[in-house]
Design a protein around this ligand. Structure first.
Ligand SMILES: *Cc1c(COP(=O)(O)O)cnc(C)c1O
Length: 388
């Protein structure tokens, strides 16, 4: 059977070149990077090379990067770390209604601990208005966290403008850049961020490894304690192979990203244009222009996203109803509700996300089969039959 993977926003395959770089650190170069003998030093070198590659991608300094177990840990460390380091200064945190749960759940937990949290709204295309961030800032605000691009609808936020506002106000600014690093340029100085999260498995690296950028001078309390790795900022023995893989993956992305984004954006635009020509009553979610080059998200009225996913899967096509994290719950995505969709329409949404190995024929295969699936499901849908 033909297999078409259109779920790169959930995770990406590991690039074979990345696997090659990782391999020696399991047996031949297995040493603990904190050991001073030569076994340790060989492993330590791999980590420092990866740190330089990561810093280079971000336009940061190597000592501003710490390696973590992934995007979720980076986000949790940024929120809890900044909140606890600055709790004497203030107790107010600002974030948005469309963040990934790795940011919104720590924010909600901080609320339980006594912090005040403002969830800024977004417009219909999922954009945050920097003016709304400005208005929400008080003399008690210590941290603002706004994601760079949304994982479900692909909207890219005006991070640089928001960063100017937070800098002026003397407030720390964190951005979850898990969906952008490796796909579009992410330069910490242009974005005016103090903290930034990334995750290797979203850009052709291995799962279970990520990084947090911490601008020099930014104070955050340690999230993991019990060892002096990462110059005392993150305890636990390094995941040497994973970190080496992250380093290679980000290096490859730096070299290939521009070309890849151009190609993926062309396929994305083909899907965006063709879907409404072939299927009536569909709505594009997310911003038509400020959008990730690899993201397509459509609401298809009168039917359920889950039924469409199952039917697509039978044809070998992998897509998502919005977010892998919500696919086991019956509540529709908080992002789709936040941009104003009704529960019914949100339930009928599909995300297609492209990546390094996407081909034009994949898109054509989808465009051939999706209309048939929609037609079949609509014929069985009481919502659709009751429509006229
Ligand atoms: C995938 C993702 C995360 C979580 O990263 P993990 O490495 O899987 O923990 C966080 N934020 C966004 C926007 C993501 O897409």
């Amino acid at each position: 059977m033909k297999r078409v993977y259109l779920d790169y926003a959930a995770t990406t395959p590991c690039d074979p070149e990345v696997i090659k770089v990782m391999e020696p650190y399991f047996f031949e170069k297995f040493g603990n990077p904190s050991s001073i003998h030569s076994f340790g030093q060989v492993a330590k070198k791999a980590i420092e090379d990866a740190r330089r590659a990561t810093a280079d991608f971000l336009g940061a300094k190597a000592e501003e990067i710490i390696f973590t177990s992934g995007g979720t840990e980076s986000d949790n460390s940024a929120l809890f770390g900044a909140a606890h380091a600055l709790e004497k200064k203030g107790n107010h945190i600002i974030t948005t209604v469309i963040e990934h749960h790795a940011v919104s759940e720590p924010a909600k937990f901080l609320k339980k601990l006594g912090f005040k949290v403002t969830f800024v709204k977004v417009n219909k295309s999922g954009l945050v208005d920097p003016g709304d961030i400005q208005k929400a800032i008080t003399d008690k605000t210590i941290l603002v966290s706004v994601m760079h691009a949304n994982n479900e609808i692909g909207t890219i936020q005006p991070i640089s403008e928001i960063g100017k506002i937070t800098r002026e106000a003397g407030v720390y600014f964190h951005s979850d850049a898990v969906q952008t690093v490796g796909h579009i340029p992410v330069k910490v100085d242009e974005l005016n961020v103090d903290l930034l999260s990334l995750s290797a498995h979203k850009f052709y690296g291995p799962k279970g490894v990520g990084a947090l950028y911490i601008r020099k001078g930014t104070r955050i309390e340690n999230f993991l304690r019990g060892g002096d790795q990462e110059r005392g900022r993150r305890a636990s023995t390094h995941n040497t192979s994973g970190i080496a893989g992250l380093g290679k993956a980000i290096e490859l992305c730096k070299a290939k990203m521009q070309e890849e984004a151009k190609f993926q954006a062309r396929l994305r635009d083909k899907l965006i244009k063709e879907i409404p020509l072939r299927i009536p009553d569909v709505y594009l979610n997310g911003d038509p222009h400020k959008r990730l080059p690899n993201n397509v998200n459509y609401s298809i009225q009168y039917i359920e996203g889950e039924s469409m996913l199952l039917n697509l899967d039978m044809l070998g096509i992998a897509a998502s109803t919005g977010s892998a994290c919500t696919s086991t719950s019956l509540e529709p995505s908080h992002v789709l509700l936040a941009i104003g969709l009704s529960h019914e329409i949100a339930h009928g949404s599909l995300r297609f996300s492209l990546g390094r190995w996407s081909k034009e024929e994949d898109i054509d295969y989808l465009l051939e089969h999706l209309p048939k699936i929609v037609e079949k499901l609509r014929a069985m849908s009481p919502l659709y039959r009751g429509k006229s």
